[in-house]
Design a protein around this ligand. Structure first.
Ligand SMILES: C[S@@+](CC[C@H](N)C(=O)[O-])C[C@H]1O[C@@H](n2cnc3c(N)ncnc32)[C@H](O)[C@@H]1O
Length: 284
């Protein structure tokens, strides 16, 4: 990656590199489901390639809220292993650029794109959202899912997202915000406060307006998020407790993810965290 990465960025990238599905893990999951990896389709990966609450259903809801249409240029910022990027290309016909800070995850995204034959529609860049290696005003839709809560430099981040948007373009956010009351730790993205940068929804809205964007309705998915984490605990808790692998994830990864889900479920239930979707239009 060309530009300097911040100390917080280094910690964040290492955190996700250790928690996300690997290429080998994905292939193992496909084989276990009786799917020949050489014949795999993007949708065969979606149960394991999305790192956000609500998984595929949330990605589809965001794509529809943003009105992603065939041929549109979509920038997916903090794309992880590229699950949503592949969905936007495969189901909605978009031409996608994925930007991901972690070199490990960016490489996995690239290999999974190749595996399911989407390399010509999805380009992966290993870079920071704080300095996007893209031309200004070049995207119809800029998407960001579960990323801002771990980036302290909010003005710089949203300045970059807005710079990438074409006039009339849409910024589609599926993000996590602070609520009222104490947080229980660890969070899904942070084992300690130095790795977290939550803000209230209202501050994010004010920043968007200050950048000339018009935010639409916030669709609160906190209850769905709570159920999502209950489901993770139910599905992976027994394997984590028994020191076993599941869904292509190693036991130590499962343990960390289940511990985070227990705290996340609590925080969403008591209202110290909120999650939801929002589309803001670039009025320029
Ligand atoms: C919770 S995951 C979400 C991944 C993906 N958006 C998804 O929903 O499947 C957060 C991702 O944001 C990436 N990220 C964090 N800070 C970033 C930055 N400054 N620039 C680019 N990516 C970043 C992390 O490496 C991680 O892959």
């Amino acid at each position: 990656m060309a530009e300097a990465i911040t100390e917080q960025g280094r910690k964040v990238a290492a955190h996700w590199s250790g928690l996300a599905i690997t290429y080998e893990g994905a292939v193992e999951v496909l084989r276990a489901a009786g799917i020949d990896p050489a014949a795999a389709r993007a949708e065969d990966l979606h149960a394991i390639d999305m790192i956000h609450m609500g998984g595929l259903a949330a990605t589809d809801a965001l794509a529809q809220q943003a009105g992603i249409s065939p041929g549109e240029r979509v920038l997916d910022v903090g794309a992880g292993v590229g699950g949503s990027s592949r969905r936007f290309a495969d189901r909605y016909g978009a031409i996608v650029t994925s930007v991901e800070l972690s070199e490990t995850l960016a490489r996995t995204a690239e290999r999974l794109n190749e595996l399911v034959g989407l390399s010509s529609k999805v380009t992966v860049m290993n870079a920071s959202a704080l300095s996007l290696p893209v031309e200004s005003a070049n995207f119809d839709v800029v998407v960001m899912q579960h990323v801002a809560m771990q980036i302290a430099e909010k003005d710089q981040l949203f300045g970059e997202l807005s710079r990438a948007l074409a006039p009339g373009g849409r910024l589609a956010l599926h993000e996590i915000f602070s609520g009222e009351g104490e947080l229980r730790w660890p969070l899904a993205w942070a084992t300690d406060p130095s790795m977290s940068a939550l803000e209230p929804l209202e501050s994010a809205m004010a920043r968007l307006r200050g950048l000339g964007l018009s935010p639409g309705e916030f669709v609160d998915e906190s209850e769905l998020g709570q159920h999502f984490h209950l489901n993770v605990i139910e599905r992976w808790g027994p394997a984590a407790d028994a020191n076993k692998t599941a869904s292509g994830l190693a036991p130590e990864v499962l343990k960390k993810r289940v511990a985070a889900s227990r705290a996340m479920e609590h925080n969403l239930r008591v209202g110290s965290l909120r999650v939801g979707r929002l589309v803001a239009v670039n009025a320029a």
